[in-house]
Design a protein around this ligand. Sequence first.
Ligand SMILES: C[S@@+](CC[C@H](N)C(=O)[O-])C[C@H]1O[C@@H](n2cnc3c(N)ncnc32)[C@H](O)[C@@H]1O
Length: 316
Amino acid sequence: MYLTKNQELELLSALDSRGESPLKFAYIPGYKEWINVAQKSREEHSIQFEEDLLKIESFPFIFREITDQIKTVNIIDFGCGDGVPILPVINYLKTVPNIRYIPVDISENMILEAKKTLKNKFPKIEIVSIISDFEKGEILEDIFQLTKSTNTRNYFFLLGNTLGNSNNTEKFLSNLKLSMFSEDSLIIGNQIANLFASSKFIKYYQAKEVYNLVTSTLRNYGMKCAFEEYTVRWNVRQKQIETFLTLREDKKITIASYPVSFEKGEEILLFTSKKFGEENLAEELNNVGFRIDFFATNKKKNTCIASVTPTRYKSE
Ligand SMILES: C[S@@+](CC[C@H](N)C(=O)[O-])C[C@H]1O[C@@H](n2cnc3c(N)ncnc32)[C@H](O)[C@@H]1O
């Protein structure tokens, strides 16, 4: 099986007690399924593509502090995917003497894909990869080791709506902050949405490619799933997309030698994707103690790039 013993136990607990199959695990057996989703999105010029264009326009501001004195730039790519979204970043920084690419992902195969993509375009680039579940642990020590030489700057990236896909935004962002030092920047690329026009983004999640990704954990553990069981809903109160498997028959799955049973008609939560308006996202960032240095949206107002830095605690 693809998951570690601890991950299996986490999956078992999520399925058994909450009826949830955490999305983060789907990227481990389903890394190829994610690449299919991303490629389709790029071909159709949808959300991911919009983020790419806006990102490129934002570089002069985001990297304004890279002067001739800076000799090394660490690009830490939280949730690297196939590495394609970071290529324009590396290309923009190509005059920096030493660029180090640091892909961080829960999925080893995803990291291998990202490495392949980067080496293909930039054969000389130094790559230091970190396999980590960034919802659970920080990578401060690794980053500290790579920042020791003077004249080094760290830029963390969280692209491709990875923030929206976490089910607790505040906890997620606070955890990322634990890996950062005061001069570091975190650049977030995320979908933003007109929360009254949910039908527009529901369609994106109804694609077969998305179904293949989000059911990959269950299928990998032997559960038979059918596309007809896949349901996408908009939760008005939580302002999030929720996708379920609505079972058409009784099902049983065995994880870490424990059987978990589900009855016909039960729903297994496959993932949630939280949608933010501009102000909600800014508020979330402020709440966890990030100062927003830069915030831009595209003309269509469906995606944003934010560059933030950690601030010290101040009581109100
Ligand atoms: C939505 S994809 C975005 C990929 C890429 N950044 C992009 O823009 O195309 C999310 C990525 O984050 C990784 N990921 C999701 N949850 C994670 C977690 N808890 N810890 C580490 N990586 C995670 C996935 O494996 C995947 O590569």
